[in-house]
Ligand binder design. Structure first.
Ligand code: NAI
Length: 356
């Protein structure tokens, strides 16, 4: 399996393979860039079909974190960890301690937090072995804790901006939104959308999560395989990535794609496919930065929920700028965002980013 020549390697600073025979831990920590600060990005626990899939996911996610942190103006580089889930390696406190030791061994080059498959409670275990962890339980009004509500808030405000830009509507009242995945972020997003008067269609492969949203909100349910192609105004992917492809894009009915999932586009070219169909795409790492903003404020300390909210509310403005630039230059929004991110990273050194 090629590593340095891997199609997603893209000048990663380092890639670490971690194994702990006692607990069965197998993990990969990818550090894409520390140009703007320590590489920060959550830890995903997932059952991958192959080691190569796990490496590909770690590489794509960590580069995405470099771009996300740069555009969000954070003093963080980009990195990501994946823990390979398997029946032989249940998520025990001991396994998380072993993961914490691996993070500690990197001496602060990588800062972890929760992502899909990990929780605030899991990060408490990781924290027993390392201080290079965020997304820990919060106390009082201080910033921190589960980043998902802030991610959802940024996505919600980003959807408002996209709806205004693409559909000319000042409110979400009556706007039809399909939410794919009602987990940590998805359920918070559904609440905000419902309060704003949007009509919700949802799908999830997890019946328990679906039941929670059903019990609380008026939602229409669709089978997971149908949700992407629902007849709605906005598609909000909040499950996993690689869903916007040469096969799915021609069948989308939504005019806007704006959601929390990382790496929604299977390839860079899929951004052009969306633009060719006049579907407005909110670059994923721009709209979903609320969580990492929360993580940064917690990690650097001395902040409050109010300050995090104020920072998150800058997300729609960034998106509007990208939408306008895309329209003017007739180039897809994902390319506009990538160029902005690369410019910021390249200018590191000449200009220090401000610590959150
Ligand atoms: P989660 O694991 O809590 O929720 C994901 C949900 O998607 C689960 O309920 C799962 O059953 C469902 N799902 C999986 N495959 C599906 C499919 N094919 N169709 C429908 N539903 C499916 O994860 P979380 O934290 O809500 O994150 C969602 C996405 O947002 C992920 O891609 C994550 O990387 C991204 N993200 C999350 C942030 C956070 O603060 N939690 C921050 C930035 C990005």
């Amino acid at each position: 399996m090629p590593v340095f020549d891997h199609r997603e390697f893209d000048q990663h600073e380092s890639l670490h393979f971690v194994q702990d025979p006692e607990t069965g831990l197998k993990a990969i920590i990818a550090i894409h860039s520390t140009a703007l600060g320590p590489a920060a990005g959550g830890c995903r626990r997932w059952q991958y079909a192959s080691d190569e899939d796990a490496i590909t996911d770690a590489l794509r996610l960590s580069r995405g974190m470099t771009y996300k942190n740069a555009v969000a103006g954070l003093a963080f580089g980009g990195g990501k960890a994946v823990i390979l889930a398997s029946g032989a390696a249940p998520k025990t406190p001991e396994l998380l301690y072993a993961f914490g030791r691996a993070v500690e061994a990197l001496g602060g080059k990588y800062i972890t937090a929760e992502d899909v498959g990990c929780s605030v409670e899991d990060m408490r275990h990781v924290n027993k072995e390392t201080g290079y962890v965020s997304g820990l339980p919060r106390s009082g009004d201080s910033a921190g804790g589960d980043p998902s509500p802030m991610t959802a808030l940024g996505v919600f405000q980003g959807i408002e901006a996209a709806v205004k830009f693409r559909l000319g509507a000042d409110s979400l009242k009556g706007i039809r939104v399909a939410v794919q995945g009602v987990g940590h972020v998805g359920i918070h997003l559904c609440r905000l959308l419902h309060e704003a008067g949007a009509e919700l269609t949802v799908a999830d492969v997890n019946r328990d999560n679906l039941r929670l949203v059903h019990d609380e909100l008026p939602v229409t349910e669709l089978a997971p395989a149908e949700l992407l192609f629902a007849d709605v105004d906005v598609l909000a992917p909040c499950a996993l990535g690689n869903i916007l492809t040469a096969h799915t894009i021609p069948r989308l009915k939504a005019k806007i794609v704006a959601g929390a999932a990382n790496n929604q586009l299977a390839t860079e070219h899929d951004g052009l496919r969306l633009a060719d169909r006049d579907i407005l795409y909110a670059p994923d790492y721009v709209i979903n930065a609320g969580g990492i903003i929360n993580v940064a404020h917690e990690y650097y300390g001395g902040s409050s929920e109010e300050k995090v909210r104020a920072e998150v509310s800058r997300i729609p403005g960034r998106l509007e700028q990208m939408f306008a630039e895309s329209k003017k230059s007739k180039r897809p929004t994902n390319l506009i965002a990538d160029e902005m991110a690369r410019r910021i990273v390249a200018s590191a050194g000449s200009q220090s980013p401000v610590a959150a």
